[in-house]
Design a protein around this ligand. Structure first.
Ligand SMILES: Cc1cc2nc3c(=O)[nH]c(=O)nc-3n(C[C@H](O)[C@H](O)[C@H](O)COP(=O)(O)OP(=O)(O)OC[C@H]3O[C@@H](n4cnc5c(N)ncnc54)[C@H](O)[C@@H]3O)c2cc1C
Length: 260
């Protein structure tokens, strides 16, 4: 993650679906924001409750609350970035802020950070996400080779949450899964897709990117590796959120796991 922290203001905010608020943020500090980072993530720093200014010093006694969000778009002239926040699914610092975001509101942006998937040279990919990672998938769809076989499965809670993605090669398959039970329906959709991929018997196994709720990541990881013999190094995955735990708690858990 780039250490640079930019002061930002809300330039526009608009609810684009039942569960997504699109917020464009920027300032004159974004003139040098790297323009090839669509689908990469940034850390958003929010004002403390009841305050309008943001603490940008990460080492301050009372640092700003921070959450990770994915870049949907970058204005090539101003460097302003577009972020989509999940709303109406839970309560938390970020989602509460996004629901009320208005032009001129202050925040900080740290990053961008590295993408999880960096190998864009394979012949087959399976991308699995939900509303928190739809923009990561959108970014990868722009980067993958046009010659590759690409399938994406994106879980959304409501048909109205099927948002427009940027243009991709016509043979890429983007499957939106509308379901209130992703624990069942998403798992089944992934098994169906991996089975179809196996039966094509090209000898290739897909490289998988997935970013989802933590328990789904664990389950799909196990299935992909044990039932479909996908090698660990061909699965790029990240728990973007965890049921019942804040992003701060999830970060601590991830740190413990990587130290174990
Ligand atoms: C690299 C990366 C990129 C991400 N990009 C995006 C993005 O572009 N858009 C986006 O919306 N999110 C994105 N996320 C996920 C987002 O950072 C988390 O959902 C975060 O927890 C939201 O913070 P909060 O303050 O709203 O809720 P928190 O205070 O972190 O959590 C409060 C409660 O809400 C629950 N919760 C958190 N997120 C959700 C959710 N999505 N649905 C249902 N319940 C939830 C938690 O389990 C907890 O019980 C990304 C995460 C990562 C790691």
């Amino acid at each position: 993650m780039s250490k640079k922290i930019r002061r930002a203001q809300v330039i526009s905010s608009k609810q684009i679906s039942p569960h997504l608020m699109r917020v464009v943020v920027g300032s004159d500090e974004f003139a040098d924001f790297p323009i090839d980072q669509q689908g990469a993530y940034v850390k958003v720093l929010f004002p403390h409750e009841g305050k309008t200014e943001v603490e940008l010093n990460l080492k301050a006694d009372n640092p700003a609350p921070m959450r990770s969000y994915t870049i949907r778009n970058i204005d090539p002239h101003s460097g302003a970035i577009t972020l989509d926040f999940v709303i109406n699914q839970h309560r938390g610092i970020a989602t509460n802020w996004a629901k009320q975001a208005k032009i001129g509101d202050n925040l900080g942006i740290a990053g961008p950070g590295p993408r999880k998937l960096s190998d864009f040279s394979q012949s087959e990919y399976l991308l699995i996400g939900d509303l928190t990672s739809v923009n990561a998938i959108n970014g990868y769809l722009q980067k993958l080779p046009a010659s590759a076989s690409v399938n994406a499965i994106i879980h959304v809670p409501d048909e109205g949450d099927i948002i427009e993605l940027d243009t991709v090669p016509s043979h890429y398959q983007v499957n939106w899964l509308v379901s209130e039970q992703p624990q069942v329906d998403l798992i089944n959709a992934v098994i169906t897709q991996l089975t179809a991929s196996n039966s094509r018997s090209t000898g290739n196994k897909p490289v998988i990117f997935m970013a989802l709720e933590s328990s789904l990541i664990r389950e799909i990881n196990t299935i992909a590796r044990s039932q479909f013999a996908i090698a660990r190094e061909n699965i790029a995955c990240s728990a973007y959120w965890k049921q019942g735990i804040t992003a701060d708690g999830l970060k601590v858990e991830k740190q413990h796991q990587s130290n174990a």
